[in-house]
Write a protein that binds this ligand. Structure first.
Ligand code: OGA
Ligand code: MN
Length: 298
């Protein structure tokens, strides 16, 4: 059976003595239970193939298809298919830089993601970690006045807004995630569908709170985020090729850390779709998204 060693943080565990590509039912049960308890798991030195990686993701639920290239995984890479290293002007580079802001995956889509599973193929000489933060602990440690203030509040989640905050102009149709159904509206306090624990559901895609002035809403979201992503509820994974890390997007924020962008950094990402009962929300019309046909299957 796997050895599960908690991280020195409010969440997360390292799982060893397991081969993800050939788990018994009992081993999978231990992994699934640990996922719910710890919310993020690191599996060193797994070296999964594309198919094994997708199969591991599928144990958690349906795969969210991120590109219309027929694959159930996406390469998160600054090296293009033709071998060149992306330059700062390229949209894909800007989307990688966008990942350096704290976020939760697909919150700007009507159906947010359940889990994201990354593995490293090529890592830069230093840095380029993936950092996680535990929004269960962040919620728990809010004072009662703030808990009362945010209970019942909702925010819009938009990639247009988050890329704009990162200093980029994102246009409809340029990448995954743009749909004609408007902007999702999500509660700031999320109840986990399995554990029942409350967490702060914020991050860079969140940008507008109905009933609040936009600037005041952004300040509240910024202040909450700054508070939320502090030790002991953060963990930065320093990648070795072959490592696998999965996190629960329903209660964990993540971000990529900077590195020397002239060096290749090649990751493979398998995203598990949220269950519609708990991750599908209403959208509001978005003046920037009209007329757009989806790029990827939804
Ligand atoms: C992602 C992401 C972080 C990283 O793939 O969704 O945010 O470290 N990646 O590459
Ligand atoms: Mn992400």
């Amino acid at each position: 059976m796997p050895t599960i060693t908690p991280l020195d943080a409010s969440f997360g565990a390292v799982v060893t003595d397991i081969k993800l590509a050939s788990m018994s039912d009992a081993e999978w049960k231990a992994v699934e239970d640990a996922f719910h308890q710890y919310a993020a798991l690191v599996f060193p030195a797994q070296h999964l193939s594309d198919d094994e990686h997708v199969a591991f993701g599928r144990r958690f639920g349906k795969i969210e298809v991120l590109r219309n290239d027929g694959n159930e995984f996406a390469m998160i890479s600054n090296k293009a298919a033709d071998g060149h290293i992306l330059s700062a002007e390229e949209k894909r580079f800007q989307s990688l830089r966008g990942n350096e802001g704290w976020h939760t995956d697909s919150s700007y889509m009507p159906l947010a993601a359940k889990a994201s599973c990354l593995t490293a193929l090529v890592v830069p000489g230093s840095r380029g970690e993936t950092e996680l933060a535990d929004m269960r602990d962040a919620y728990d440690k809010l004072d009662d006045a703030m808990k009362a203030k945010i209970e019942g509040l909702v925010a819009y989640h938009s990639l247009y807004a988050s890329q704009a905050k990162a200093g980029y102009v994102f246009r409809t149709g340029e990448s995954y995630g743009f749909h004609k159904y408007g902007t999702p509206i999500r509660p700031l306090v999320k109840v986990h569908p399995v554990t029942g624990r409350k967490s702060l559901f914020i991050g860079r895609h969140a940008f507008r709170i109905p009933g609040m002035d936009d600037a005041a809403a952004q300040k509240l979201l910024d202040d909450l985020l700054e508070y939320a992503v502090q030790p002991p509820r953060t963990y930065a994974h320093q990648w070795q090729p072959g490592d696998v890390m999965i996190w629960d997007n329903r209660c964990i924020l993540h971000r990529a850390c900077p590195y020397d962008y002239s060096e290749p950094r090649i990751m493979r990402h398998v995203r598990v779709a949220g269950e519609p009962e708990t991750e599908l929300v209403q959208t509001a019309p978005d003046e920037r998204a009209d007329g757009f046909e989806p790029v990827a299957a939804e």
